[in-house]
Design a protein around this ligand. Structure first.
Ligand code: 9MR
Length: 421
């Protein structure tokens, strides 16, 4: 066969439009994923069409179903009806599964939180909970959030039944129990507001140190990244913080990313700022060896914990409430595509996800597109289109704008992609 014809034959069937997980994998991450709301799995088919698209979302996590109040509502009674919903989605789609969470002060049934405990009586309660729940999901979880949010907002230790009973010893107790229950999953400490390099960050570094000094296993630290539009740290500050943790020999991931507007409705410029903020967070993960992936805490403004917790705030995600892509989607796709030095990697495997088989990839071609409901370009007085900050402005097959809005310039990232930076 003629070389050109052979090339065309090889490339043609695999040509797909790039979506976030495909781009993330091409850029060197393990996954781009989302939390999934259990109640919507059987009730919202449009929502599930996006969840089930592994090229878009390569990893899922239960929003609530695996928490203590759902899995062991009364002592030694384990129920997995809610907990199994999202793992079953992951299994069906061959997506990575993050599992969330074991030792946490919140969504903790009152038989634990209000019990009267000593070290001797509470330790077996923690160990029994962890061993049962992890045994139920054995081999399914890429990672488990073993301990969640042990640090208060001001950086002191959070007051909880666990801290009151054990001081910080519940950390090693939990991680040791987790290792015993499933030696092959990644064991994470997970918390919010670690992104600012402040008192909570210092304490989280101490968490890792305490666990390691106790001889207990810890593999990762999850940065929840519940952030605010316009107040999100820069890409380089975020990378600096991540590196403080990877220096301790743990991997890191963004585990619950959302970036909320403080007031609604968001203006076009606020939506663009939100896009920049998302790009900075995702970009910082790309900048740090040992940052394995990014998980958004839900992908659509249709469902989010934010408005009920922060009155008047919201629209913190990357699809709007009608399931249309927002400017933030475009910004994320751009920052991922810019790093996609290996644009022939695309996840297409439909193999069942297990801790060992999740890395299966094949190698068709990613075609970089940045489709969005939000405009990535504006027209100039002279009629030529100018691409926005982060937008694509060139690359193989690119037919869109090749000039950038001021003050950005079009920079070549790789043969497939130039970007306004
Ligand atoms: O998104 C979750 C929401 O549906 C629950 O009502 C809430 C109750 O605590 O938990 C939310 O998820 C939290 C996650 O488990 C841990 N980090 C903070 C998340 C947002 O509150």
């Amino acid at each position: 066969m003629h070389t050109h014809a052979l090339l065309a034959a090889l490339l043609a069937p695999a040509t797909v439009s790039a979506q976030l997980n495909s781009l993330a994998v091409a850029a060197g991450l393990k996954y781009f994923g989302t939390a999934v709301r259990e109640g919507s799995v059987s009730s919202d088919s449009a929502y599930m069409a996006i969840v089930n698209n592994k090229n878009e979302l390569g990893q899922v996590v239960s929003e609530n179903g695996q928490k203590w109040d759902a899995t062991e509502p009364s002592r030694n009674t384990f129920t997995y009806t809610q907990g199994d919903i999202v793992p079953n989605v992951a299994k069906k789609n061959g997506q990575y599964l993050r599992c969330h969470t074991l030792t946490w002060h919140s969504q903790l049934p009152s038989w634990v939180s209000s019990g009267s405990w000593t070290r001797a009586t509470l330790q077996p309660v923690i160990e029994t909970h962890i061993s049962n729940v992890m045994a139920h999901y054995l081999g399914q979880c890429y990672a488990w959030d073993v301990v969640n949010e042990a640090i208060a907002d001001d950086g002191t230790w959070r007051d909880s039944v666990f801290y009151r009973t054990f001081s910080t010893d519940f950390l090693a107790i939990s991680f040791n129990a987790a290792k015993k229950a499933d030696p092959n999953t990644k064991l994470y400490y997970n918390d919010y507001n670690l992104e600012y390099n402040g008192a909570k960050t210092e304490r989280a570094l101490e968490v890792v140190n305490i666990i390691q000094k106790a001889g207990a296993p810890i593999d990762g630290v999850g940065f929840q990244a519940h952030l605010i539009v316009g107040s999100t740290p820069s890409r380089s500050s975020l990378a600096t913080v991540l590196k403080r943790f990877t220096a301790l020999n743990v991997e890191v991931a963004y585990t619950e990313l959302d970036i909320r507007h403080s007031s609604l409705p968001a203006s076009t410029s606020a939506l663009a700022t939100q896009g920049n903020d998302f790009a900075n967070v995702v970009g910082s993960c790309l900048d740090v060896t040992g940052c394995v992936g990014v998980t958004v805490w839900g992908f659509t403004d249709k469902y989010s914990w934010v408005p009920s917790t922060f009155s008047g705030a919201g629209d913190a995600l990357i699809y709007d409430s009608n399931l249309n892509k927002k400017a933030a989607w475009t910004s994320i796709s751009s920052v991922l595509a810019a790093k996609a030095t290996n644009p022939v990697t695309l996840v297409t495997s439909t193999k069942a996800t297990t801790a060992t088989s999740v890395a299966a990839t094949t190698t068709p071609v990613v075609v970089v597109t940045t489709t969005s409901s939000a405009p990535a370009t504006t027209s100039t007085a002279s009629g030529g289109a100018e691409a926005a900050h982060w937008a694509q402005c060139g690359g193989t097959g690119w037919t869109g704008a090749t000039k950038c809005q001021s003050p950005w310039t079009c920079k070549v990232s790789n043969p497939y992609y130039s970007q306004c930076l």
